[in-house]
Design a binder for this molecule. Structure first.
Ligand code: ATP
Length: 240
């Protein structure tokens, strides 16, 4: 099996304990765990944004040996905080996703449309709502056209329709051969992923198919809640 991104014994002192995992092309992977479990730390370490022990390889190549611009073409990261310091218009922020490609604007318009930002394209990014800013961050990552997308809690602040659209986008990307890793707190949503990783106090305690990993027992141990499997309201996007 070819591996898009693999981590071996990835560790950050006090935050992440020797995590090893493989992310394969065409796979939609959820990362769950309680507050402080290390989800953001793991995502940042995988993206090479945080000094960490251990190794991250991209298709067998050490990520740290890959030049920055090349990394920017291969891997996109969306942080948990959608904070923008400067009042650039939304379309310019999204176009920043193209820097690693030498400033061509390929896909910027499509990314704006995908994240429902066309009407906000000229608005300074500092004058958007929290959810709108998150969508700008996602649009910028999408504009990179990087085959590995690492998204840290991308839907936590989105309304139900935009959240579903982001999940549909993630599914379309993996159907096209990309690898998408998404951290989230909604365990019901995690059930719809191809694979679930569970972090608990910096340790990877679950890695497998949702129904194998997200058992009532593990949920009880890790999240300290009682989980029961019942029918419930399921919002879905209407047929196109
Ligand atoms: N900049 C930092 N310096 C030192 N420790 C940090 C830093 N950021 C986070 N931590 C600690 O590292 C641990 C993991 O934090 P992390 O943000 O990765 O958790 P998380 O699973 O993403 O949590 P959440 O669900 O609250 O977003 C926590 O104990 C946290 O307090």
């Amino acid at each position: 099996m070819s591996s898009a991104l693999s981590a071996s014994a990835l560790a950050v002192s006090g935050r992440l304990e020797a995590v090893s995992l493989d992310l394969t092309p065409g796979e939609l992977v959820a990362l769950v765990g309680p507050n402080g479990a290390g989800k953001s730390t793991l995502i940042q370490a995988l993206a090479g944004l945080l000094p960490a022990e251990g190794h991250v390889h991209w298709n067998g190549q050490l990520l740290s040996r890959i030049a920055m611009a090349e990394r920017g073409r291969r891997l996109a990261w969306v942080g948990q905080e959608a904070h923008f310091e400067f009042a650039f218009p939304v379309h310019e922020v999204v176009a920043q996703g193209r820097y690693a490609w030498g400033d061509d604007l390929d896909g910027v318009e499509a990314a704006l449309a995908e994240l429902d930002l066309l009407d906000l394209a000229d608005r300074p990014v500092t004058r958007l709502s929290g959810g709108e800013r998150h969508r700008v961050g996602l649009a910028r990552a999408l504009a990179t056209q990087a085959p590995i997308q690492l998204w840290d809690e991308p839907v936590a602040q989105l309304d139900v329709r935009h959240a579903l659209e982001v999940m549909r986008l993630a599914r379309r990307l993996v159907d096209g051969g990309s690898t998408v890793l998404v951290s989230l707190h909604d365990l019901r949503a995690a059930y719809r992923f191809d694979r679930v990783l569970v972090l608990d106090r910096g340790r990877l305690v679950g890695n497998g198919k949702p129904h194998e990993v997200l058992t009532a027992e593990l949920i009880g141990e890790v999240f300290r809640v009682k989980a029961t499997f019942v029918e419930s309201l399921v919002p879905e996007l209407p047929e196109p």
